[in-house]
Design a binder for this molecule. Structure first.
Ligand SMILES: *[C@@H]1O[C@H](CO)[C@@H](O)[C@H](O)[C@H]1NC(C)=O
Length: 456
């Protein structure tokens, strides 16, 4: 049941994507998304380029350590569970008990995350870190590793060989700010402030709280940024050096660099290893075509970026979902959740419409949390329906083809959305659906924006 390249079913043809690069692309696309994508600095400006870790610009990762697609999706679920426990307001006894894990502990750092390389210290040492819009503390592994450090790609940072490192004292105001940034009360060792942060999947980092010069791009370096110098670290961090927190808390890099960049940043996540994306700080380079939707502080989860979904359409047809479904749950946008999670009522409407419009293709077994899969191994061309998300403020996001399907090889290509277990759980607009958009965080202006065609 193949469709010719020129025929456009449901108003949207994937000729340029699926037909013409089906074998080339999807044969490995699942693995590519299963691996860490690297953002690295370009010679000039505030843009840091994004490439895949196995792309032409970067090839030192050991392939054997790459997780499978199913592992990535399982890790993604653990991240979502912990986001939900951070956001729960109690009532349900199970949830209330998971919420007693310190406030911000819940974060699974799966390999579906994106990373950026920045310079730490003087002289500067390149360190590749996960960038995370859902947490606040920036930390990297530091020598000496008193208990354990996991294997990382670059040499582990040594603060004693940096002239710009200094310790934060236990009695300082900055030390006490760690409580809101990490959910844990800091401790003290020889009058130096000690932070600890743990994540939902048993990952953690503990070490001295310090100040350091961080070089974001070749032209922009920041002195005395507060960060965690982790001497005891464990978890599913892949081979990255640590994490860059881009949440709303005063401790995040966004807040700490606000004098220069005005709490404004953007990124573009590429659709595949063949193309590049970026992370950028500051307003410069923001496209005029970006459509903004309001995003203000929500006391339920003050470090998250909440946005409001108003509707979804499939193949140009608006789904009939009561708007209260979205407004009750609320939605966050997250750079670290791979697959968008919807209230089950909304997901079910999306799935029904998608299945109807895809009924000419043979189905395939479910892939972890993805329950709507197709076997395209015999297809010479495939057309899939267009999916649009509407956000408050008349913002219409026409999801890129790379954000509609998630593939585990050609014979198992799945609808890249999943339901929450409860209509009351917060929805999450994940990184698969953000691909190719310039995603703009105008934190001071209280808005998040989407610009089509930010990268390929
Ligand atoms: C930071 O504090 C720790 C613990 O007191 C100490 O071992 C280390 O030498 C200090 N580093 C600097 C640069 O002062």
């Amino acid at each position: 049941m193949s469709t010719s390249c020129s025929s456009i079913l449901f108003g949207f043809s994937l000729c340029g994507f699926l037909l013409c690069s089906l074998k080339l692309c999807y044969a490995f696309e699942g693995r590519e998304t299963a691996e860490t994508t690297l953002l690295h600095r370009v010679p000039n400006g505030k843009h840091m380029q994004v490439v895949h870790s196995h792309g032409p610009c970067f090839s030192s990762h050991g392939k054997s350590t790459a997780p499978t697609v199913a592992q990535v999706l399982a890790q993604d679920q653990s991240r979502v569970d912990t986001i939900h426990s951070r956001l729960s307001t109690g009532g349900d006894p199970l949830r209330a008990s998971s919420a007693t894990i310190p406030g911000k502990s819940g974060r699974s750092l799966g390999s579906g995350n994106y990373v950026v390389t920045v310079g730490f210290g003087t002289p500067k040492r390149d360190q590749t870190v996960i960038f995370d819009t859902g947490s606040d503390l920036t930390w990297i592994q530091c020598q000496p590793c008193v208990k354990s450090c996991y294997k990382q790609q670059e040499p582990i940072f040594n603060p004693s060989s940096s002239t710009s490192y200094s310790n934060v004292s236990c009695t300082s105001a900055q030390c006490s700010q760690l409580t809101s940034a990490t959910g844990n009360t800091p401790s003290c060792s020889s009058s130096t402030c000690v932070y600890g942060i743990q994540y939902g999947d048993q990952s953690y980092s503990v070490g001295f709280f310090g100040r350091e010069r961080i070089t974001l791009t070749s032209t922009d370096a920041y002195d005395n940024l507060l960060f965690g110098c982790g001497q005891n670290n464990r978890g599913l961090f892949g081979q990255v050096a640590g994490l860059m927190g881009l949440g709303r808390d005063p401790m995040s890099i966004v807040s700490q660099t606000s004098q220069k960049y005005g709490k404004f940043f953007s990124y573009c996540l590429p659709s595949s290893s063949a193309s590049a994306g970026y992370l950028a700080f500051g307003r410069e380079g923001t496209s005029d075509s970006v459509q903004y939707t309001p995003s203000s502080i929500n006391s339920q989860g003050p470090s998250f970026y909440f946005i409001g979904i108003t509707g979804i359409s499939v193949g140009g047809q608006k789904l009939s979902i009561p708007s209260s479904i979205f407004s009750n749950a609320g939605t966050i946008i997250d750079s670290g959740t791979v697959i968008t999670r919807l209230p089950p009522t909304a997901y079910s409407a999306l799935r029904t419409a998608f299945r109807q419009q895809m009924s000419s293709y043979p189905t395939a077994p479910a892939l972890s949390l993805l329950d709507t899969c197709y076997d395209f191994s015999q297809a010479t061309s495939v057309s899939i329906p267009k999916i649009n998300f509407y956000f408050s403020g008349n913002t219409n996001v026409d999801i890129d083809a790379s954000g509609i399907l998630y593939a585990n090889g050609l014979s198992q290509v799945c609808l890249a959305f999943a339901p929450n277990s409860n209509d009351g759980d917060v929805a999450i607009f994940g990184n698969t659906q953000q691909k190719t958009f310039q995603v703009v965080y105008d934190v001071a202006g209280g808005q998040v924006g989407f610009g089509a065609g930010g990268c390929k």
